[in-house]
Design a protein around this ligand. Structure first.
Ligand code: K2U
Ligand code: ZN
Length: 171
């Protein structure tokens, strides 16, 4: 198992659009294990492959209290959505920033599991928020893009300073 490096906003690689996975094989299953380890260690309740610089349609999520109920979504598609909810969101690629975002209250998502088996999932509340947040990542979208340009630019400046600090401390 390996903990992976999470890209930090405004890294341009976070804006790459992920490609569909054509074969769910052992290499994908190993990436699932590594992403899950990275997510739990962060800690977080979701992680998209885009965030670890792998531009394929793969998401891991665990919204359980015990952090022992991993959900893996390969090539996910939202086939239905309803209602609206406002929720405070964070992002492992934008550390220390929490802002309210409006998203669909309930969704139905179709995906493959880590063995390539198709499944359908109805989600609402926090799970629906998390799936929509992660699917945005696969489209190259970071949640700060829902904020005003003023707020987004302040966050970008803060994150660039944060990245320079990380690089300064790593020498
Ligand atoms: O994409 C990510 O960076 C993972 C997010 C998923 C998430 C975003 C917004 C709302 C819920 C989940 C991280 O897990 S952010 C950290 C976090 C942890 C617990 C609850 C909310 C956010
Ligand atoms: Zn995120």
């Amino acid at each position: 198992m390996a903990a992976l490096t999470i890209l930090n906003y405004p890294d341009p690689r976070l804006h790459k659009v992920a490609k569909p996975i054509l074969k769910v094989d052992d290499e994908i299953r190993q990436l699932v294990k590594d992403m899950a380890e990275t997510m739990y260690a962060a800690p977080g309740i979701g992680l998209a492959a885009t965030q670890v610089d792998r531009h394929i349609q793969l998401i891991v999520i665990d919204t359980s209290k015990e952090q022992n109920d991993l959900l893996v979504l390969v090539n996910p598609n939202i086939i239905a959505k309803s209602g609206e909810q406002e929720h405070e969101e964070g992002c492992l690629s934008v550390p220390g920033v929490y802002e309210t975002v409006t998203r669909a209250e309930a969704i139905t998502v179709e995906a493959l599991d880590q063995h390539g088996k198709k499944f359908k999932l109805n989600a609402d509340g926090l799970l629906a928020v998390c799936i929509q947040h992660e699917m945005d990542h696969l489209q190259g979208k970071v949640f700060v893009e829902y904020l005003s340009p003023l707020k987004r630019n302040r966050i970008k400046t803060k994150m660039i300073k944060h990245q320079r600090e990380i690089e300064r401390n790593s020498y």
